[in-house]
Design a protein around this ligand. Structure first.
Ligand code: BGC
Length: 381
């Protein structure tokens, strides 16, 4: 853009010379040549700028506070740029109004595709209608955007399967299949933000595996807090998770009652649970689940303070979204592998689901380090 301004300035100057009118005939010819050359350069530069604008992709991420969104954003930007696109990447500090205004700017700036990891899947409102009116395809990233027919595609992990893997881990770790007659195990639950559609899949997927043991009276919950709405955590916040678990431990486990398992939907909530356990629980350590393999949680994974996490390779998801964007830009069909699961209230949104992988102390080297996702130094291994 600076180059463009400099060229325009040069053009104005040579035109000024011509306008002065007191130059010799030869000089006039030279000047005309110069003007022509400069005009050509200006035209080329303008074409480049227009070309870049025509390749602009808006990527709206919820927050920089959680490691995974930084990784998602950076991976997508790098891969989109490598594919020749320009990227407007924005983080909204978990503030819905900020995300809405970022999206308005993206639309105004000529983004041709929007990739949105929403803060609250139900709260984006009319900005999506603006995108639709401008015929800008919207790809919901990781979290489904609800109640809007402006959503064209959804790219995520198999969120139900994330929950299933957490549930299966608990069943195996407590050997529930072989539980002796009359044995009971105490389990508590925690999931994430009520405005995040993913919690329905994480939580219900896990419960689908645990339900037979709940029905048989093998898994019991001393706090009585089993409803999804009750075990939700606004903003997926670690301190809110910690506060809730400190209160549960003080009320139901302070008398020496054993806590056997905690189903935590992700790592930021698992961290809060682990902090609460460290400060106010002295019994045998429970099986604690998580998701994301956040750097902050890996030390707990290695120290036996969090039994497992679910690894979701953000490089894979970013790669898939780049394929989707590329297809849309070329007027082709984006890759899709699910047309049944994700209804956002306006109908099924065609989706691509990546596979999550259960990660624990036995396979973390292969999953996290050998795959090049983290260096050993990064995770203190
Ligand atoms: C994502 C999880 C993440 C959580 C909190 C969910 O929508 O799928 O990977 O842990 O949000 O950011």
């Amino acid at each position: 853009m600076k180059k463009l301004l400099a060229l325009l300035l040069a053009l104005v100057m040579v035109l000024g010379l011509v306008a002065c009118g007191n130059t010799a005939e030869e000089t006039v010819e030279e000047t005309v040549e110069e003007v022509e050359e400069t005009v050509e350069e200006v035209v080329e530069e303008v074409e480049e700028v227009v070309e870049e604008g025509g390749n602009l992709v808006g990527v709206a991420m919820p927050t920089k506070d959680l490691q995974r969104w930084n990784q998602d954003g950076e991976n997508m930007k790098a891969q989109l740029e490598a594919a020749g696109y320009s990227v407007d990447l924005q983080y909204a500090a978990n503030d819905i109004a900020t995300q809405v205004s970022q999206l308005e700017n993206m639309i105004a700036n000529g983004c041709e595709v929007l990739v949105i990891a929403s803060i609250d899947g139900e709260a984006l409102g009319s900005v999506l209608d603006q995108a639709k009116a401008a015929e800008i395809p919207v790809i919901a990233y990781d979290r489904l955007i609800m109640g809007s027919d402006a959503v064209s595609y959804y790219a995520t992990f198999d969120n139900w399967n994330v929950g299933v893997k957490q549930g299966e881990y608990i069943v195996k770790a407590l050997d529930l299949e072989n539980a002796a007659e009359g044995t009971t195990y105490n389990i508590e639950y925690i999931t994430g933000d009520p405005g995040d559609n993913n919690i329905n899949f994480f939580f219900d997927g896990a419960i689908s595996v645990l339900q037979p043991y709940i029905d048989a009276g093998i898994l019991v919950t001393p706090s009585g807090q089993t409803e999804k709405a009750v075990v939700a955590t606004p903003g997926w916040a670690t301190d809110a998770a910690q506060a809730r678990f400190e209160s549960i431990l003080a009320s139901y486990y302070a008398d020496g009652t054993q806590l056997d398992a905690v189903l935590a939907s992700n790592d930021s909530t698992a961290l809060g649970v682990a902090n609460a356990l460290a400060s106010s629980y002295t019994g045998n350590y429970p099986v604690l689940t998580g998701q994301d393999c956040d750097i902050a949680n890996v030390p707990n994974l290695l120290a036996g303070l969090q039994a497992m996490s679910v690894f979701k390779d953000t490089r894979t998801l970013a790669g898939k979204v780049v394929e989707m964007v590329d297809a849309l830009m070329q007027g082709a069909e984006p890759p899709i592998n699910d047309t049944e699961t994700y209804d956002n209230g306006t109908g099924i949104i065609p989706s691509f689901l990546c596979e999550p992988v259960a990660c624990d102390i036995d396979n973390y080297v292969e999953i996290l380090i050998d795959s090049g996702y983290y260096t050993a130094e990064q995770i203190g291994a």
